[in-house]
Design a protein around this ligand. Structure first.
Ligand SMILES: *Cc1c(COP(=O)(O)O)cnc(C)c1O
Length: 364
């Protein structure tokens, strides 16, 4: 008798390892491992979530209409082409399920977000990794990886875990040199943190082309990671596909209510962005002062290099920080074993992180 077996390829998937959250033994811990909001969530969003408890016995409104209208109004988009999901993660998975099958492939960059590869493999498709230049997406290398089996090209812009981005003109060139039948998915999870004038999250590309999708999330600057809420802006035909295959009630009532309230509290977003800018500068300045190599970041996290060197390599520093109550993210899974990624956290957490590094790297 044979046992139930998953489809070919499923057991080749390395499960996604989330940032760890526990540091047993340490009195006070700072979780700087999952790029969560440094200022928590908007009080308005928390209140809206609480209030939604009265309606727990009814199914959610299945199309998230109020939330989509609000997003459309705020960003100047067509609400009919917005699809909401349980985190942008669900939308990335649905895009894979809608467009990939055995024999197909996706292209992503060498140190791009790993969820894309997992989603592709779950559909029997092969992930292909294009080399990067200076830990930044290389548009020509991405295009070179595309072959007749390629169905989706995924790019996180800015990328997690590197924190680098490509300017709007490069993103546009990537689309222009791509075949029309390949979907270009732009994951703009960190868009709100980018200050650069030559950056754009990609709405305009979605409007200009029929094969570009942009995904966004409420998990980062909006501080609603626990609720699982994201959205995609799509060509009409892609929105139609996602709406056919998603669960009929994929976004909970509480998530919809909190999402609307969070969008209405842009003052909170402004403060969170300010905080991130100031604290990211602080971290980068201090790291530089300690003689550590880091990748200048456009997100709410910084990738720092700890080359293997007499007890001061990434694994040692990770363990040392953890023992002392600061949890950062190891990067072996991303092919960056000499690096750690630290989230720009609350002031005290960032200072504790730097104070601990000073104990190891201070040059005076
Ligand atoms: C955090 C993150 C997301 C957000 O995922 P959710 O499922 O919306 O929480 C998406 N893409 C990237 C690159 C991320 O780092």
């Amino acid at each position: 008798m044979s046992l139930p077996a998953p489809r070919p390829g499923i057991l080749n998937i390395e499960p996604y390892t989330p940032g760890s959250s526990g540091a047993p033994g340490a009195a006070e811990t700072f979780k700087l491992s999952s790029n969560e909001s440094a200022l928590g969530a908007s009080p308005e969003a928390i209140e809206a979530y609480r209030a939604s408890g009265e309606g727990l016995f009814t199914y959610p409104e299945g199309s998230a209409a109020v939330l989509r209208e609000k997003l459309a109004e705020m960003h100047g988009l067509d609400a009919a082409r917005i699809v909401c999901g349980a985190g942008s993660d669900e939308l990335l998975q649905l895009l894979a399920r809608g467009y990939l099958g055995p024999g197909d492939n996706i292209v992503q960059s060498a140190h791009g977000f790993l969820v894309y590869a997992i989603a592709a493999m779950a559909c029997g498709a092969e992930p292909r990794f294009a080399p990067e230049k200076n830990l930044t997406v290389d548009v020509d290398a991405m295009l070179e990886m595309v072959d007749e089996k390629t169905r989706i090209l995924f790019i996180a812009n800015p990328n997690n875990p590197t924190g680098t981005y490509i300017p709007d003109a490069e993103l546009r060139r990537l689309r222009e040199e791509l075949r029309d039948d390949v979907l270009l998915v732009i994951d703009a999870a960190y868009a709100e943190y980018v200050d650069e004038a030559d950056y754009s999250p990609g709405e305009k590309l979605v409007e200009d082309y029929d094969n570009v999708v942009m995904t966004r999330t409420f998990s980062k600057i909006y501080g609603l990671a626990a609720l699982r809420l994201g959205w995609a802006y799509c060509p009409a035909a892609v929105a139609d596909v996602l709406n056919r295959i998603r669960g009929p009630f994929n976004v909970s009532t509480g998530a919809q209510a909190a999402g609307v309230a969070a969008l209405e509290d842009q003052e909170f977003i402004r403060r969170n962005r300010e905080h991130n800018r100031a604290e990211r500068d602080f971290l980068q300045q201090q790291l530089g002062g300690l003689g550590l190599d880091f990748v200048p970041s456009h997100g709410n996290f910084v990738l720092v290099k700890f080359p293997e060197d007499a007890g001061l390599g990434a694994a040692d520093i990770h363990a040392f920080l953890k023992k002392n109550g600061v949890i950062v993210r190891e990067m072996g899974g991303y092919g960056l074993p000499d690096y750690l990624r630290v989230t720009v956290g609350p002031k005290e957490g960032n200072r504790k992180f730097i104070a601990l590094l000073e104990k190891k790297f201070s040059r005076d």
